[in-house]
Write a protein that binds this ligand. Sequence first.
Ligand SMILES: [Zn+2]
Length: 118
Amino acid sequence: MPIIDQSVIEGFREVSNDDLTIDINGKSHVILCGLCNEKITFIGEVDIESGQAGCAKCGNIDSVEEVARIATEYVKDEGQLIINRMARDTARNSEFMTVSGQTEHDKSHRFIVAELTF
Ligand SMILES: [Zn+2]
């Protein structure tokens, strides 16, 4: 079974229009608020080192570093779930295979990543 390699997550960066994105497999993905699915932005000063980012709408705000950590964790968890779902769907067509891996998140992430594909 493939494992999501941490190296596919290349980093956290800002883009010119103030959206915060994370690079996965060379593609940048917008980070969203995990509570209301709004795009998150820098709060106050645009500073990738020591600034704050989050959702102005519902007040889900943290340091940029923490936002990046949670978004990265989401990507890794989601990657594993996608693999588990694929395994489950394969097993469904087989009499001889059962899959018991988790297919839904068992915890909520305060920051998530849009349009995640692997
Ligand atoms: Zn929000």
